[in-house]
Design a binder for this molecule. Sequence first.
Ligand code: ADP
Ligand code: MG
Length: 336
Amino acid sequence: GRTVHQIQSGQVIVDLCSVVKELVENSLDAGATSIDIRFKNNGLDSIEVQDNGSGIVSENYQTIALKHYTSKLSSYDDLSSLQTFGFRGEALSSLCALSKFHVTTARADEAPKGTRLDFEVSGQLKSTQVVASQKGTTVAVEDLFVSLPVRRRELEKNIKREYGKVLGILQACACISTQARISVSNVMAKGKRAVIFATKSNQTTRENIATVFGTKALPALVAMNLSFELQPTKTQEPASNSEPTFGEGRQAPDRQMFFVNSRPCGLPQVAKIFNEVYKAYNASQSPFIFANLSLDTNAYDVNVSPDKRTILLHDQTSLLESIRVSLTALFEKQDQ
Ligand code: ADP
Ligand code: MG
């Protein structure tokens, strides 16, 4: 029934951040090289994510918003070598249940014509309509949590903080995404649309960071690409028996961005080591960090939490130790 679906949906789409994250990941999965994220009233009125990716084939219109539908998994084996962000097929179905939601999409051979898709709360396709559209997909989410009054009121109350958190996630995403330009804008009730930031195509990570945070931020930047060769798990234990998780709950402070294989994630233990080692060599203020850790995909599990920000490392102790050693070497070199 609908009630059950809404409660379960609340687990993938828990807040404004998860909406934006899921939609941007879908755009990246679709091979987009351009993504525009547009907020209205800090996201309270609407969130729109437009990409120039592959678009959606018409055979899939019926299914994309159904629960557990995904076009991204062909077999269970794919799970272990997961390359795409999505695979649970829950984001769009959740958004149907939790907001006023529609999709506009066009494949390369259809543009400049496209199709607007409207859905029932259940995720069933309600209607299609031919509209003008460039190649790609635009997903529009209006009145998030309209069907859950308590959650809606909470969002209204906390919108400033939520919006700030979203911008933090999008900043990190825009910096790491060298394959896609990303723009973020917002418009308040009576105001003009304001561009928050916009990266360009084919910028390096460093250029992206300069665009997003300003060139003045660059001298303070501790940027690292760290590669670690961790041993894959020796015994294939179930995830729940592994080391404690990274990334649950606590957000890294502002201007500290961590990635595993270019995937943004909260890494509080790694952040702690960065800050400790940094403070041993520098003044006490907290550093501006951009750290992308390259790890063997066998060395961790990503999709252990619905928001995929939690990473479960099979050998956390040796990773943390390697990071400490690499960082100490880096800062000692800079000290000379
Ligand atoms: P998942 O990403 O886990 O497959 P979603 O609910 O996020 O599940 O999306 C459902 C399906 O809708 C995707 O598998 C994909 O086929 C399609 N889809 C969603 N967003 C886009 C997009 N921006 N471009 C192309 N296809 C998309
Ligand atoms: Mg998805």
